[in-house]
Structure formats: structure tokens, C-alpha cells
Design a binder for this molecule. Sequence first.
Ligand code: UDP
Length: 239
Amino acid sequence: MQKIKFQRVLLKLGGEALADKNRQGISASAVREIASEVKQVKQLGVELGIVVGGGNIVRGRTAEDMRISRVAVDYMGMLATVINALALQDVLEKKGVFTRVLSAIDMARIAEPYIRRRAIRHLEKGRIVIMAAGTGNPYFTTDTAAVLRAIEIKAEVILKGTKVDGVYSADPLKEPKAKRFTRLTYFEVLKRRLQVMDTTAISLCMDHRLPIIVFNLRKRGNLKKILQGEKIGTIVGEE
Ligand code: UDP
């Protein structure tokens, strides 16, 4: 087996990673690409948990525009993450990767309930654990869910897959002179309000000294390289 830097990691996939060019819905090719990247990691022997977002379908922030109460939209958003999780699970299984979907909202017909010990057991048995339905509570995001689950399953790092090469001083897609950081502290992220994860998620990482690596998921092989120890993207950690 090849040498790996991390034994157990949590990958946070935003809903947009699974979406089409209009950042909506589910794109079969996007899901297939992600599944290929994930399969490569599995072959390295890494224990991998995945928390999926749902922003490609519903986001709590749009509650006001939708004229539906925030709590209802948040639950809709959590259900959206389950839709994404099932898509990812199916494509991974078709590639011969064993997976389990564990949901924070009980849905016995389609997913196991999220039970921490069970999640760890699946990881030890070499299954990829896709954790759906966020934290199961409104007013949270799947970033916070990702941090919570990472701490619970004792992941060594959170890998946040995005569409850019790391954390920048401004949006690099709009501001060509934006500078990319290779390393940041949690405090800097909070102080400068950098778009890494929401403040609840960052604070939770800070309290538990859980490092975050923000990287470009669209570049093939990136995920594998990180796990092999290459310095890719931006690492957020302590001083
Ligand atoms: N959500 C929630 N509680 C959670 C996780 C998610 O209420 O613990 C809702 C919230 O409305 C959120 C939506 O589900 O906007 C989709 O999740 P998120 O926006 O984090 O998805 P992403 O941006 O990662 O695609």
C-alpha cells in the first residue's frame, strides 16, 4: 500500500460540486467525476467520511425569497442533502466502492440513522460513510455538520473541496489580482471574514484544533495528492 499522510479524513462536498453549469440540480457527469476522485482515495486505504451539502437544490438563505418560513426551508435543505447523498452513493457503488449513507434525520427506507459508533465501524470496515441531512437541526449549515462529524469520528483533517485553488484575499473569479494564501490561522479567517466556512464551523474547528484544507476539487488528482502529503490549496490551522 502507498504511503499516506492521513488515515481518516472528512471530505466536505458542497451541493454545487454535484451541480450543472448553472449551479443547480444534479449533473451526472459532475457526480461521476467526484466519484472517480473518491475511488482513487479509497484505493490508497484512507478511511473517508463525506458530508454533502444541498445548496444545488435548496438553501435556507433563500427562505425569504421563497416566502416559506426559514425552519421549513432549512428542513427542505437537509432533505436536499439526502438527495445528493443517494446520487453519490449510487455512482460510487457502480464503481465498486462500498458505501453507507447515514442520515441525521431518520429515513429508515433509504438510509441508516446517523449513529457515531456505527459510522466509525463502517469506516474501519473500509466503507465510505456519506453523512446526510446536515446536523438534523435548522439554522445550521452543512459546513458546521462537516466539522461536527469530523470531530465525532476523530478525523485528522477536513478537506473542503471548492471550485478554486484555495482561500484568496478576494473572489479570484471576479478579482484577478486576488492573492492566494497557503496558510491561515482560524483567527485570521474569522477576522478577515474570508470565505472558508461559516463562523460557527470555523469556531468549532478552532476549539478542537481540527485543520481544514481548502482545495480545488475540479483539478483531477488533487484529492489523492493531498492524502499523499502534497501541499495543495490553503491550510487553515493554529499559529
Ligand atoms: N441545513 C440545516 N441544518 C444543517 C445543515 C443544512 O438547516 O445542519 C439546511 C440549510 O438551509 C442549508 C441547506 O440545508 O442552507 C443546504 O445546506 P448548505 O447550504 O450547507 O449546502 P452547501 O452550501 O454545502 O451546498
